[in-house]
Design a protein around this ligand. Structure first.
Ligand SMILES: Nc1nc2c(ncn2[C@@H]2O[C@H](COP(=O)(O)OP(=O)(O)OP(=O)(O)O)[C@@H](O)[C@H]2O)c(=O)[nH]1
Ligand SMILES: [Mg+2]
Length: 190
C-alpha cells in the first residue's frame, strides 16, 4: 500500500501492524519473529520501507510492516509523508487487532514516537511496545531502559517486551503477546 487511499490487500485475516521510526529494526524483528531471515527487506539505509508491506503468516494472520517515520535525511517532500499513509492504513484496516510500536533501546522516544502513541491511544488500538537492539546493552541496562521508555510513552510496563533481532532474545515473549492480541475480542467492529 503506497497511498493513503490506494490499493491494499483485502482485510480477511486478523492483522497486526509494526510501527516505529525509521531504522528502529521493524523489518529485522518481523523476520526474527517468523524465523525467516529474508521476508521483509532490511537495510542500513534508513527510510528504506516507504510503503505498507503485508505479510501473510501461516494463512492465520497478517503482519503489516509500516514505513518508518521521522528520518530527517530523506527529502523534505517525503518527510511528513508517513503520517497520512500510516493514518490512512489505520483507518482502512477493519481487522486490525493491535499495533507493535518499536523503540530503540539506546534512544529516548522522539516527538514522533509520542505522537504515534498518542494517536494509537486516541484510536483505542491495543498497543505493545517492543524495545529493539537490546544486544547493544547489558541485560540489566536493557530492562531498565524498558521501564523508562514505558513511562515516557505512558504505556503499561506489562505491554513492553525487550527484544533483539540479532540474538533472538524476547522473540518468544513477543510471539506470545501477539498471540494474545490475536485471540482477544476485536477492539474494532468491522
Ligand atoms: N545490533 C542490532 N542491530 C539491529 C537489530 N535489528 C536491526 N538492526 C539493524 O538496524 C538497521 C535497520 O534495520 P531494519 O530492520 O531495516 O529497520 P526498519 O525499522 O525496518 O527500517 P525502515 O524500513 O527504514 O523504517 C539494520 O542495519 C539492521 O541490521 C538488532 O536487534 N540488533
Ligand atoms: Mg523496514
Amino acid at each position: 500500500m503506497a497511498d493513503p487511499t490506494g490499493w491494499r490487500p483485502p482485510s480477511t485475516l486478523p492483522e497486526i501492524a509494526f510501527a516505529g521510526r525509521s531504522n528502529v529494526g521493524k523489518s529485522s524483528l518481523l523476520n526474527r519473529l517468523v524465523g525467516h531471515g529474508k521476508l521483509a527487506r532490511v537495510s542500513s539505509t534508513p527510510g528504506r520501507t516507504r510503503e505498507v508491506n503485508f505479510f501473510r503468516i501461516n494463512d492465520a494472520f497478517v503482519i503489516a510492516d509500516l514505513p518508518g517515520y521521522g528520518y530527517a535525511r530523506v527529502a523534505k517532500s517525503q518527510r511528513a509523508a508517513w503520517r497520512p499513509l500510516i493514518e490512512g492504513y489505520l483507518e482502512r484496516s477493519p481487522t486490525l487487532r493491535g499495533v507493535v510500536l518499536l523503540i530503540d533501546a539506546r534512544r529516548e522516544p522522539t516527538d514522533d514516537d509520542l505522537a504515534m502513541t498518542g494517536y494509537l491511544a486516541e484510536l483505542g488500538a491495543p498497543t505493545l511496545v517492543a524495545i529493539t537492539k537490546a544486544d547493544k546493552l547489558k541485560p540489566r541496562e536493557a530492562a531498565a531502559r524498558g521501564v523508562a521508555i514505558a513511562r515516557a510513552l505512558r504505556i503499561d510496563e506489562e505491554q513492553v517486551v525487550t527484544t533483539s533481532a540479532n540474538t533472538g532474545s524476547g522473540r518468544d515473549e513477543l510471539a506470545e503477546a501477539i498471540e494474545a492480541l490475536l485471540s482477544a475480542e476485536p477492539w474494532r467492529v468491522g
